[in-house]
Write a protein of this length. Sequence first.
Length: 78
Amino acid sequence: MNQSNFGQLNMRDAIHGFIVAFLTAALSGLVTVLDAGHLPTAGELKAHALIGLTAGVSYILKNVFSNSNGQLLKKDGE
């Protein structure tokens, strides 16, 4: 996988991060609802959306502070 340079973020990284975040939140919410045996409430949907947003932002921050080799807090060439 071609990663962004340290301090930068390419569009592919951003899209990948939000896809992973959305799927994580949606699937964990589905499991929670199925375990409880009821349809999700608006509050539950909001909570899962917030989890997805948080996961997406975390992924993007990790990529911004990683170099093209995936090393955290190291510039390229170090």
